[in-house]
Design a protein around this ligand. Structure first.
Ligand SMILES: CC(C)(COP(=O)(O)OP(=O)(O)OC[C@H]1O[C@@H](n2cnc3c(N)ncnc32)[C@H](O)[C@@H]1OP(=O)(O)O)[C@@H](O)C(=O)NCCC(=O)NCCS
Length: 150
């Protein structure tokens, strides 16, 4: 697959929010907003890319934390899901992250433990579950932590 990706710029924000709308619980809205701003202005070691085909169809973001990369968000426009774009975007994100943060050893992520399709997406792309944390962000909602050695 030969799809273009590039770093996020300020003008992308509304399109990214549109892609993520209805997917990310309202409890996470404030954090997503901060995260996209951090990515745009490369604050606090946050980075992100958009995928273009021929318009923006996906977004992925990550942040270096200590010696690891935390994958923060990944999303593909709803009508294009299941076609391999998400896996391609994830690969590109990992490539970019390794260039920006060459000392990082791991890519880690956290997602709702009942989000079965997301978990199988990450597993299909090499991530392994490393633990479950109860009540981490939302009382009553367990989170699964997944990791990939890079
Ligand atoms: C998770 C996501 C980025 C995957 O992108 P994608 O382009 O659908 O992924 P791919 O086509 O490369 O891989 C498909 C696999 O992803 C999983 N998957 C997760 N959600 C899916 C969806 N809505 N449609 C199709 N496959 C989905 C399935 O395991 C599927 O494998 P299968 O085809 O063997 O069933 C995308 O579905 C999405 O944007 N979801 C909403 C946002 C979200 O929840 N993001 C993750 C948490 S931040």
């Amino acid at each position: 697959m030969d799809i273009k990706t590039r770093q996020v710029i300020r003008e992308d924000k509304e399109i990214i929010l549109d892609i993520l709308r209805d997917e990310i619980g309202r409890q996470y809205a404030e954090e997503i907003n901060w995260e996209i701003d951090d990515v745009i202005y490369k604050r606090r070691n946050a980075r992100g890319i958009v995928m273009i085909n021929p318009e923006i169809i996906g977004y992925a973001s990550w942040r270096k934390r200590v010696e690891s990369i935390c994958l923060e968000t990944i999303g593909i426009r709803r009508e294009l899901r299941g076609g391999g774009f998400g896996s391609e975007l994830l690969k590109k994100a990992i490539e970019f992250a390794k260039v920006d943060f060459p000392n990082a050893q791991m890519i880690n992520l956290v997602t709702d433990a009942d989000a079965r399709r997301n978990i199988s997406f990450y597993a299909k792309n090499g991530f392994e579950a490393s633990g479950i944390v109860n009540d981490e962000f939302i009382y009553g909602t367990p989170q699964i932590h997944m990791s990939l050695k890079i």
